[in-house]
Write a protein that binds this ligand. Structure first.
Ligand code: ADP
Ligand code: ZN
Length: 739
């Protein structure tokens, strides 16, 4: 193996002065040069503290001795400090370069994602910890913040000041003042906690022939230390997880670290339990919800190789692994891998880049692989590992389409008679039902019956969604909330509002009327308060404490409920409208995934799909369980129009609070649009969300043939036009959202 971690000190350059280029985690496209004082040594990747204006900022040495720098050496500011943390590995620096080059985000902004928390760079020293006092003087009057600090210490575990402050929702000053006042005991915390290590030698289930072949192919690649992308393609329940667990064990036995990317990390509870059953302890979880101190500890443990298996959402991709030997992207087709804010990147695609930079294999697993990945199989870039059957002969569910034009629900109701009958039957048999409706809240639209006025967000081109449980109207785009008005803002009529269309809350109302004895629960991101509530609901459903589960796409993923035998899809057409190029593919993936929840154990499952368009290829493919046919139609259509994955696409979005300035900028860009072979620039057109958070939005779409360097086209185009400072330009390479 190459070893990039040793930091070589720099040779003195021409005049005995030493110049280094430092990348700062700020929205900067280039590095800044600094002078390295004689008594310091630092190589590429070293974390350094350098002056910037009147601040001192932590950055990373990106290159050394940049002789082409325009700044004369005499004017360079000196580096203030070299941090003791291990340097950023070359692979990670190259990943940062790569992601910036691909997404056109500023290099420094991408670096920000790869930098640890500020306090992770210090030397690992013993830290101050705090325990609750042995006895609390009950006559003392404590502030609310102090009470919360004591409450956080109920367990006999010492905590750092920053931990305690985060848990109690106060500043660290409160904790320190309490210690000074003798309200806390001071103890020394270990520099790092011992981390339980997953055990790869525990016995595995015997694999089927297909599973064995897949596992062997991956293990061979791990042994060879080479980049090898695999598409692990198998129906739900075919043992994909079992196969990649085997690969993880192989990597661990070879002393490698493993990164597993899961789409919605809050939903990983069942995954974690299963991992713990196989490997004897939990994998380290990296996500936005972890406490600051845990974040720092885990970041360091990854850098030091103490954390062997890390599971995370997108951002885990930029962790400083020491010896990354395998990446797994589970549910690789999932759109939540696309980050839509800040650096706009697709974590699955960048994971493939990282694997190649680390000479490591990568497994993309899915029951409904993306057209992108299947095209890469076709091009011979990815190896296709297919698991055709459900494990143990479990049957795939039967899918029945309900034609809503014929089998009509009653007025103001959303379940067709056939679905109602099936739910009744299933509940009577003592089995569980899941109703899927990918719409949060009570109703997506509220209108005045008297004058037709529709309640709209004041900041976005969007209707307000009623959330009756919370007694609010909410904008799902900007989060704006208001109380439902008691009279119409347009005609002043009172009690004239009517809810239009269903959300999960309204469906729950119908269910409560129809099946009053069923124990019902709603699973949607706004009805559940955080990961603990989600885990608890999943447990309750698994333990059959719930008969009927109503949910959004949040519950479509990976859960395994043995008594669940009927899935009803309430509005299958919901995702098919709109200008999204992947609408059909995405709808199929989601509905297929939901279907996969039915009948995983000995009981065969039934899926009922309510649609107004049963002839649509997506519905036909679902009913016939014929993914290949749908993908064939999709691929042909996209190939003909040079759309991804057979052509390239980039969105350029202009936004401004000032509509005129936005229009002017769009017109200037339109005039400057290049006329190149194989390049089409479409627009400007108002975005479907023409106003978002008070900003006017206009879109261009750049479409090129596959061999065209779309980044170069966009960069050149944009750099030739002067845009007013009130207008923001956002570039989205490989857009997934077309709003
Ligand atoms: P997928 O990830 O493709 O949905 P899983 O790996 O979750 O499939 O497998 C489905 C179920 O079948 C799980 O409970 C799993 O433990 C079990 N299973 C899969 N393969 C085997 C095997 N070879 N031996 C025993 N159980 C298996
Ligand atoms: Zn809004």
């Amino acid at each position: 193996m190459r070893d990039h971690r040793t930091s070589s000190s720099l040779a003195p350059s021409r005049q005995g002065m030493r110049r280094i280029s430092v990348l700062l985690p700020l929205p900067l496209a280039a590095t800044y040069d600094y002078r390295l004082p004689e008594d310091m040594s630092a190589g590429p990747g070293s974390y350094v503290r350098v002056p910037l204006g009147n601040r001192i900022v932590t950055g990373v040495v990106w290159r050394n001795d940049d002789e082409n720098s325009p700044v004369p050496e005499k004017r360079l500011k000196p580096v203030a400090e070299i941090l003791p943390s291990p340097p950023m590995a070359e692979e990670l620096r190259r990943l940062v370069d790569w992601v910036a080059g691909y997404t056109l985000a500023p290099l420094g902004t991408v670096l920000r994602m790869a930098m640890g928390p500020e306090d992770a760079f210090a030397a690992e020293t013993a830290r101050q910890g705090y325990l609750a006092p042995v006895e609390i003087d009950s006559s003392l009057a404590l502030t609310a913040a102090r009470k919360r600090v004591l409450a956080a210490l109920v367990m006999e575990q010492a905590r750092s000041a920053s931990d305690l402050a985060a848990m109690a929702g106060c500043g660290t000053g409160v904790v320190r003042a309490m210690a000074a006042a003798g309200l806390l005991r001071e103890v020394v915390l270990m520099a790092h906690r011992e981390r339980p290590q997953p055990d790869p030698t525990r016995p595995f289930p015997v694999l089927s022939t297909d599973q064995e072949q897949a596992a062997t192919a991956i293990s061979d690649a791990i042994d060879a230390n080479r980049f090898a992308p695999f598409l692990l393609d198998g129906v739900t329940g075919s043992g994909k997880t079992e196969v990649y667990f085997r690969a993880i064990a192989t990597a661990l036995r070879r002393g490698k670290q493993v990164l597993v990317l899961l789409p919605e990390i809050a939903l990983g509870a069942q995954w974690h339990e299963r991992f713990a059953r196989q490997f004897g302890c939990r994998a380290a979880a990296w996500h936005s919800g972890i406490r600051p101190s845990e974040r720092r500890v885990l970041w360091r443990d990854v850098a030091q190789g103490r954390a062997r298996v890390v599971v995370g959402a997108r951002s885990a991709l930029f962790l400083p692994f020491r010896e990354l030997g395998l990446i797994v992207v589970d549910e690789e087709h999932d759109n939540s891998f696309k980050q839509e804010e800040g650096v706009i990147y697709h974590a699955r695609d960048m994971a493939v880049v990282r694997a190649s930079l680390n000479d490591a294999p990568i497994i993309l697993a899915s029951a409904t692989p993306s057209l992108e990945s299947l095209a890469n199989v076709e091009r011979g870039r990815y190896r296709h590992l297919v698991l055709p059957d459900r494990h143990g002969g479990a049957l795939l569910p039967t899918v029945a389409l309900i034609d809503m034009r014929i089998d009509k629900p009653a007025r103001g109701r959303f379940m067709a008679p056939r679905l109602v009958a099936a739910v009744d039957e299933t509940l009577s048999a003592g089995e569980q039902v899941m109703l899927f409706l990918n719409r949060r809240g009570y109703a997506p639209l509220t209108l005045c019956r008297t004058c037709g006025y529709r309640l709209q967000c004041p900041h976005c081109t969007a209707w307000l969604v009623e959330h009756r449980l919370q007694g609010r109207l909410t904008c799902h785009h900007c989060g704006y909330q208001q109380q439902p008005p008691d009279h119409c803002p347009s005609c002043d009529d009172t009690r004239s509002f009517a809810a239009c269309g269903p959300g999960v809350e309204r469906l729950a109302e119908e269910v409560a009327e129809r099946f009053p004895n069923a124990r019902t629960a709603i699973m949607a991101s706004d009805t559940l308060d955080g990961p603990t509530a989600i885990t608890e609901l999943i447990r309750a459903v698994g333990a059959h404490e719930v008969d009927l589960l109503i949910g959004t796409q949040m519950m479509a993923k990976g859960h395994h409920f043995p008594m669940l035998t009927l899935v009803g899809v309430v509005d299958a057409d919901l995702g098919l409208n709109g200008g999204d190029l992947r609408a059909a593919e995405r709808t199929f993936q989601m509905l297929h995934q939901v279907s996969g929840r039915a009948g995983r154990a000995e009981r065969p499952g039934i899926v009922m799909v309510q649609t107004y368009d049963p002839e649509h290829p997506v519905m036909a493919a679902l009913a016939a369980n014929d993914r290949g046919r749908l993908l064939g139609i999709e691929a042909a259509a996209r190939r003909e129009r040079h759309l991804p994955p057979f052509g390239r696409l980039a969105a350029v979005i202009l936004s401004s609070e000032d509509s005129d300035q936005n229009e002017t900028a769009a017109a200037a860009l339109a005039r400057a649009a290049p006329h190149l072979r194989g390049v089409d620039i479409l627009g400007p057109a108002p975005a479907p969300l023409a106003i978002l958070r008070g900003r006017h939005r206009v879109r261009f779409l750049v479409k090129t043939e596959r061999q065209v360097n779309i980044q170069a086209v966009v960069t050149q185009w944009l750099s030739g036009v002067k845009i007013g400072s009130a207008v923001r330009i956002q570039v989205d390479i490989d857009p997934y959202s077309f709003l």
